[in-house]
Design a protein around this ligand. Structure first.
Ligand code: ZN
Ligand code: FE
Length: 255
């Protein structure tokens, strides 16, 4: 049975996610930006945390880890490569390590680029990937530590997941990402209709996450750097996929 997923808005524009197994009562949290809204979401449902999964070391993803583990005794799981700059980890994971959370087997995917040490969690039975600041709705994280080639390789791993994968990313940046995406592919009809849907959701104060991988593949410029029409639109027909990705990322940084 798929796990229940709850999206928890935190801070100005962050998202945390709760995963719950109704049969066993286990509850996992992916990233801990802020204590109060996560506690409220748990209390409202009568859930207690059993696991806290950390995607990367930035403060807006780990700030509330220690407070939330203090009373729940939750097991904290994060990247072995980043153990030195994460809250104390009970379980350190690298890509491909066996991991079971809420009774479901989880694939750890290293998605370096935004940081070196960023991981994503793929729950195959539920069909959900927790990507935080790697693949985002209509965007991707800034390259703070990795280079464009590294991030392109990371995004390519996520792009290869089943197309119906639910993409649970870390921030509400979608509307500005849509404005930028339209500068790369002004004629992409899927992108135009998604931009309208995003604007309508935001006008009502609704989150634009999670998204579905198939819609990211159809509209997210950072996943589309390998397509001939995208390369041609940028005048980069002869360039490698990673070079085109680098150009798109650079334009976004200056947008
Ligand atoms: Zn970050
Ligand atoms: Fe972040």
């Amino acid at each position: 049975m798929p796990l229940e997923i709850v999206t928890v808005p935190c801070l100005a524009d962050n998202y945390a996610y709760l995963l719950h197994n109704a049969a066993t009562g286990q509850t996992a949290l992916v990233d801990a930006p802020e204590e109060a809204p996560i506690r409220a979401a748990l209390t409202q449902r009568g859930w207690t945390l059993t696991d806290i999964l950390i995607t990367h070391h930035h403060h807006d993803h780990i700030g509330a880890v220690d407070a939330l583990r203090a009373d729940s005794g939750a097991r904290v799981i994060g990247a072995k490569a980043d153990a030195h700059r994460l809250p104390a980890l009970d379980v350190q994971v690298s890509e491909g390590d066996p991991l079971t959370v809420c009774g479901e087997s989880v694939r750890v995917i290293e998605v370096h680029g935004h940081t070196l040490g960023h991981i994503a969690f793929y729950f195959g039975d539920t069909g959900a990937a927790f990507t935080a600041d790697s693949l985002m709705a209509l965007g991707c994280g800034r390259l703070f530590e990795g280079d464009a080639e590294t991030m392109w390789a990371s995004l390519s791993k996520l792009a290869a997941l089943p197309a119906d994968t639910i993409v649970c990313s870390g921030h509400e940046y979608t509307q500005s990402n849509a404005k930028f995406a339209l500068t790369i592919e002004p004629g992409n009809s899927d992108l135009i209709s998604r931009s309208e849907a995003v604007a309508a959701a935001r006008a009502k104060g609704q989150p634009t996450v999670p998204s579905v991988l198939s819609e990211e593949l159809a509209t997210n410029p950072f996943l589309r750097a390998s397509l001939p029409q995208v390369k041609a639109g940028l005048g980069l027909q002869g360039s490698s996929d990673a070079e085109v990705f680098a150009e798109i990322r650079k334009r976004k940084d200056n947008f």
